[in-house]
Write a protein that binds this ligand. Structure first.
Ligand code: NAD
Length: 496
């Protein structure tokens, strides 16, 4: 039965006041399952006001108390993995096992923030000058906002919420309109863990909500993840309004396969990384770069594996790949395949050929060979189950190809040669590199982020960089002088 989805503000479920709604669908059936109330500016103001009111107490709550709550939240998320995963599958479409994996990767980020005491340690110099001690402490920023995409509705919010809040900030999350239920569940578990009202708020909405947050004077920092045009817009608008902004953006991730690579391992990796989650991952491999004569046997091995993939409803344990998120997005991906064919590429496996007995937004995996760098299937982010093959003659040509691409999120190489892997690591233009690992998403205690048009701003997300983003340094110079030694001195303070 269709239900209404609301905001979560100041510890309560609150209806949107705009009168505008956005439909939420089950992508596997095409059913209209919920109506999401979209925020008005008044709702934005209410969410920020709740976070601001909570901030003054929260930032003074001891580190010990903050991390205890974070531990509780971690345990509740783990205990509720199944229901969060089901909410993900019902609105995003990814298969349940993949949804469980998403929650588990999110848990890593909560676990990292449980150690906030260590992460917030400052530095101290005794005797920097005669009788003077100097120390640097890190303090929270205040109210911060997170704006997240549809493709990881639980994990991406968990990239930033734990570090931001453990560091003493309060938070307003604006999740994607397409799959808002999992983030809402997280907020409820957060409250159940015992965090005070207003520390984490969920504001449902669209551009009105995003613009309201970007322009709100009480929002100190904005952490965004989404497509490149919107990331650029959020970065430019947020920084123009005096905010600290990190905006992670789109991608076109290349996987280079050298002639000496282990063929079966490379073929397994390419299929898993291109078609997992229907290619709707910012770290999905969307370009396979073959070097030399491995191309034909590799493509044969990939086709063979593709013929065995089971596409279906994510709740069916046999399904390996679910539908695309919306009918509109499916149409866009189909259109790209047609553009590739029209531009002269060879559609080696055509996902459009497979019929599905369902109203869901299914599209079977597609392999496009002989792609050149001027084709839209290469230049644009498709974000679907489409793998393009670019054939090259040498390692240098492969690395140059990646350098000339506008994005730089992830890049991977498959080889058995340590020297080649090392040269790739040194030279490739990407923020995250895989050596015989196709999706090199860093663990929670490193940080995540790409280069070039895959990230706007200076700091990457989660891990140590995430803590830096959500805190600012304060340097204290202190002296406890003997009154007998005090005198007026108009000279510039010197370090003697
Ligand atoms: P999107 O850019 O359409 O939406 C992201 C967020 O921006 C959503 O919350 C949405 O409501 C908001 N938004 C959309 N249009 C807006 C507008 N005109 N003005 C203001 N706000 C707006 O992205 P998506 O389709 O939800 O997600 C897929 C994209 O996210 C892909 O490009 C993918 O590569 C990228 N992504 C990147 C990373 C990364 O770490 N680099 C991770 C996940 C997803």
């Amino acid at each position: 039965m269709k239900h209404d989805i609301k905001h979560y503000i100041d510890g309560s479920s609150v209806a949107a006041t705009s009168g505008r709604t956005s439909p939420v669908f089950n992508p596997a059936t095409g059913d209209h399952t919920a109506d999401l109330g979209l925020a008005s500016l008044d709702d934005v103001n209410a969410a920020v006001a709740a976070a601001r009111a909570a901030y003054h107490t929260w930032r003074r709550t001891s580190i010990a108390a903050r991390s205890k709550l974070m531990f509780r939240f971690r345990n509740l998320v783990e205990e509720n993995t199944d229901s969060i995963a089901r909410a993900l599958t019902a609105e995003h479409g990814k298969v349940l096992s993949d949804a469980v994996g998403e929650v588990e990767r999110g848990l890593e980020n909560i676990e990292f923030a449980c150690g906030i005491a260590e992460l917030l340690k400052g530095s101290y110099n005794e005797g920097a000058s005669a009788g003077i001690n100097v120390y640097t402490i890190r303090q929270p920023l205040g109210v911060v906002a997170g704006i997240t995409p549809f493709n990881f509705p639980a994990m991406v919010p968990l990239w930033t919420i734990p570090n931001a809040i453990a560091a003493g900030n309060t938070y307003v999350l604006k999740p994607s309109e397409r799959d808002p239920s999992a983030p809402l569940l997280l907020a409820e578990l957060f409250q159940e863990a015992g965090f005070p009202d207003g520390v984490l708020n969920v504001l449902q909405g669209d551009k009105v909500a995003v613009d309201g947050l970007l322009e709100h004077r009480d929002v100190q920092a904005v952490s965004f993840v989404g497509s490149t045009p919107i990331a650029k817009y959020v970065y430019e608008t947020g920084t123009r309004n005096g905010k600290r902004v990190q905006a992670l953006a789109g991608a076109k991730n290349h996987m280079v396969v050298m002639p000496d690579a282990e063929l079966d391992i490379a073929a397994d990796a390419a299929v898993s990384a291109a078609f997992g989650s229907a290619g709707e991952r910012c770290m999905a491999v969307s370009v396979l770069v073959t070097v030399g004569d491995i191309a034909d046997p590799l493509i044969d091995a990939i086709r063979e594996r593709m013929s065995r993939l089971i596409v279906g409803d994510g709740t069916d344990p046999d399904s390996e790949m679910g539908p695309l998120v919306t009918a509109e997005h499916r149409g866009r991906v189909v259109d790209y395949i047609a553009q590739g064919a029209a531009a002269g590429a060879s559609v080696a496996v055509d996902g459009r050929d497979q019929a599905f007995n369902s109203n869901g937004y299914f599209l079977a995996p597609t392999l496009i060979d002989n792609v050149t760098t001027d084709m839209s299937v290469y230049t644009d982010e498709i974000f679907g189950p489409v793998l393009s093959v670019v054939r090259t003659d040498s390692f240098d040509e492969a690395v140059r190809l990646i350098r000339n691409n506008r994005w730089g999120n992830g890049a991977a190489i498959f080889t058995r040669d340590g020297g080649t892997a090392r040269a790739f690591q040194d030279d490739v233009e990407a923020g995250m590199v895989g050596i015989n690992v196709p999706i090199p998403v860093p663990v929670g205690y490193h940080s995540f982020g790409g280069w070039n048009d895959s990230l706007f701003g200076d700091t990457t997300m989660y891990g140590p960089e995430g803590v830096r983003f959500f805190t600012r340094p304060k340097v204290v110079t202190s002296r406890w002088p003997d009154p007998a030694e005090s005198s007026v001195n108009l000279g510039f303070p010197r370090s003697d």
